[in-house]
Design a protein around this ligand. Structure first.
Ligand code: GAP
Length: 514
C-alpha cells in the first residue's frame, strides 16, 4: 500500500511538472479540491470528451446532444430532491476544529480491518511459501476470523444506520470504534449533522429581490427539463437519448486524492428515454455498452469491475458502478442508473406542465422511463493517467518515465525533430510539421540532445517522434520512433501521414465499438 501511495505521489507531481494538472490559484496558496488543466491536460481531457461524445452521438442515431446552462430555475432542485436530500453526514472534532464525513471515517475504519487481514495473509504466505492456501488460511486462522467477524459486524451496523439516516447511530459507531481525529488524535466529537452539498449564489440585484440559485450538482437535470424541447423539435421517437458534457459543482467536505473528488468537476451524462417496462432490458444494454467503451482504450480489462448497488435510491430500480483500479484501490468512475420516471414526473408536478410522450404504436401517452449513464471526466482522466504512467528501467542502467496513453487520447500525436540545428535540417523538419499539423497535434523540437528530446515526448505520452537527418535531404526518408517499443524504422516522408493516422485516429478507436 505504501508503495502504491508513493507511485500516486509521483503521478501527481508528474502531472504538474509536465503541464497536465495544476492546483487552482496556486500563487495564492491554492484553493482546496479545485484544479486547473494545463497545456497537455486540456488536450487529453478534450480527447476523452470527444471519444465519449462521438461514441454517443455518432454511433447511435437515436442519441442527440445538448448544452444546457449551469444556472437553472431553483425549483428544479426542489423537484429533483437535491434541496432536501443531497446531503452528507458531517462530524467535527472539537480539538482540531476539523470537519469530517462521518460515513467516510467509518468506511476508513472498515478498510483498516481489511488491511489487518491482508497483513496476516502476507505474513503467512511468507512463512508457508508455495504450499500456502489463502482461502483455507482465511477460513481457519482464529485471529483472521476474529478480525473478519468484527469487520462484518461493523459493516452491517454502518449500512443499517446509513439506510435509516440514523445520525445518532453513526456517531455512536465512531465512539464505539474509538475512531480518533487524524489531526488532534482525540475522540472529542460533536453530533453528526446533515450538510447540503449544493453551492448557492444570488441572481439579480437585491433591490429587485434577488433569487437564490444553485450551481448545478449534476448535469442530468438540464437534460430532463429539456426533454420535451428535444423530443418535439427533433421529432424523436422512443427509445432515444440526450447526451451532455458540462461542469458540475459540489461542496465536498472530504476532498482528497487529487482530481478524484473535486468541488468543481465535469460530467458526461446521457439520459436514455424508454417505454415503461423495457427499462431493465436497456439497463443491461447500457451496462454492457459502457464497459466496452472503457475496455476499448486498452488500459487492461482486469482493471475494471462492476459494483451493483444493493441499496437503491427511492426512485431507482437498478444501479451499478463501473469501478477502476486506481493506485488507491477500486473506485467508482461511472454510474449506470435506472431512474424510472421519477425525474420527469417530479418536473411535471412542480412545473404544472404536461411532460409526456405520445406513443403512436400504443396509441397512448405516458411518462417515459430513464436509463442514465453518468461518468466524471476528471475521474476518467485520472484513471487514464494512472494506468499509463511507468518508470521504466532500460538496458544499460538508464531509466525513463513514459506515459503509455491510448494513442487516440494523447495530447500530442507526433514530434518532429531535426537531428542538428543546421545544414537545412530545421527547415526540412518545419516543412513536415506544416504538412502534418492539419491532421495531428504536432510538436517541433530542436533543443537539447535527441535523447533528451525523446524523453520529453515520452513523458507526455507522444506516440511518435520523427527525426530528420542528413539522409532525409538525400532520399526523403526520416526515422519514425515509436513511444512504447522505442523501435525506430526508416520511412518515406510521403508515408508518414498514413502510418500515423492508422494508429492515432479516434476513428479507429470508435470502430472497435462497432
Ligand atoms: N446524475 C447522476 C450523478 O450525478 P453521481 O454518482 O453522483 O451521479 C456521477 O456522479 C459521476 O460523476 C461519478 O461516477 C464520478 O465519476 C463523477 N463525480 C461525482 N462527484 C464527483 C466529484 N466530487 N469530483 C469528481 N468527479 C465526481
Amino acid at each position: 500500500m505504501a508503495q502504491q501511495d508513493d507511485v500516486f505521489k509521483k503521478i501527481v507531481s508528474h502531472a504538474k511538472e509536465y503541464g497536465f494538472v495544476f492546483q487552482s490559484s496556486e500563487i495564492y496558496d491554492g484553493l482546496s479540491a479545485v484544479y486547473d488543466y494545463g497545456q497537455n491536460g486540456v488536450e487529453l481531457k478534450n480527447n476523452i470528451k470527444r471519444y465519449w461524445w462521438e461514441a454517443m452521438t455518432l454511433l447511435h442515431e437515436n442519441i442527440v446532444g445538448i448544452d444546457s446552462a449551469i444556472f437553472m430555475h431553483p425549483t428544479i432542485w426542489k423537484a429533483s430532491g437535491h434541496v432536501d436530500a443531497f446531503n452528507d453526514p458531517l462530524i467535527d472534532n472539537r480539538d482540531s476544529k476539523k470537519r469530517y464525513r462521518a460515513d467516510v471515517l467509518i468506511e476508513e475504519q472498515i478498510a483498516k480491518y481489511d488491511e489487518k487481514i491482508n497483513k496476516e495473509v502476507a505474513k503467512a504466505r511468507k512463512r508457508f511459501g508455495d504450499s500456502f492456501d489463502e482461502a483455507m488460511f482465511v477460513q481457519t486462522n482464529g485471529r483472521v476470523a476474529d478480525i473478519a467477524a468484527r469487520r462484518d459486524a461493523l459493516h452491517e451496523r454502518f449500512a443499517e444506520a446509513m439506510n435509516a439516516g440514523n445520525l445518532e447511530e453513526l456517531r455512536q459507531i465512531i465512539v464505539d470504534e474509538e475512531i480518533v481525529c487524524p489531526i488532534s488524535g482525540t475522540r472529542n466529537w460533536t453530533e453528526v449533522r446533515q450538510f447540503n452539498l449544493m453551492f448557492k449564489t444570488e441572481m439579480g440585484s437585491t433591490a429587485d429581490g434577488a433569487m437564490t440559485v444553485y450551481l448545478r450538482p449534476e448535469t442530468a437535470q438540464g437534460i430532463f427539463v429539456n426533454y420535451l424541447n428535444v423530443q418535439k423539435t427533433g421529432r424523436m421517437r422512443l427509445p432515444f437519448g440526450i447526451a451532455q458534457i458540462g461542469k458540475a459543482f459540489r461542496n465536498e467536505i472530504v476532498a482528497r486524492q487529487f482530481i478524484f473528488r473535486m468541488r468543481e468537476f465535469e460530467q458526461m451524462e446521457m439520459q436514455f428515454f424508454v417505454q415503461p417496462g423495457r427499462e431493465m432490458e436497456y439497463f443491461a444494454y447500457w451496462k454492457e455498452q459502457r464497459l466496452r467503451w472503457h475496455k476499448a482504450l486498452g488500459l487492461g480489462d482486469e482493471k475494471y469491475r462492476y459494483h451493483d448497488h444493493e441499496k437503491l435510491a427511492h426512485y431507482a430500480n437498478a444501479a451499478t458502478d463501473i469501478e477502476f483500479r486506481m493506485p488507491f484501490g477500486f473506485k467508482e468512475v461511472e454510474g449506470i442508473h435506472s431512474r424510472t420516471n421519477f425525474d420527469l414526473s417530479q418536473h411535471e408536478k412542480f412545473s404544472g406542465k404536461k411532460i409526456q410522450y405520445f406513443d403512436p404504436e400504443r396509441n397512448e401517452s405516458y411518462t417515459p422511463y430513464v436509463i442514465e449513464t453518468s461518468i466524471g471526466v476528471d475521474r476518467m482522466f485520472l484513471s487514464v493517467l494512472c494506468s499509463s504512467y511507468e518508470e521504466q528501467a532500460l538496458e544499460g542502467g538508464d531509466t525513463r518515465v513514459v506515459l503509455h496513453l491510448p494513442e487516440a487520447l494523447a495530447p500530442v500525436k507526433c514530434a518532429v525533430m531535426p537531428l542538428v540545428k543546421k545544414d537545412g535540417l530545421p527547415e526540412k523538419a518545419r516543412e513536415i510539421v506544416n504538412d502534418l499539423k492539419f491532421d495531428f497535434a504536432t510538436h517541433y523540437d530542436e533543443k537539447d540532445s535527441i535523447g533528451k528530446r525523446y524523453r520529453r515526448q515520452d513523458a507526455i505520452g507522444t506516440p511518435f517522434c520523427i527525426t530528420v537527418d542528413h539522409q532525409t535531404l538525400e532520399d526523403g526518408t526520416v526515422t519514425l520512433r515509436e513511444r512504447d517499443s522505442m523501435q525506430q524504422q526508416r520511412v518515406a516522408i510521403a508515408d508518414l501521414h498514413r502510418l500515423i493516422h492508422d494508429r492515432v485516429s479516434l476513428n479507429s478507436l470508435l470502430r472497435k465499438l462497432g
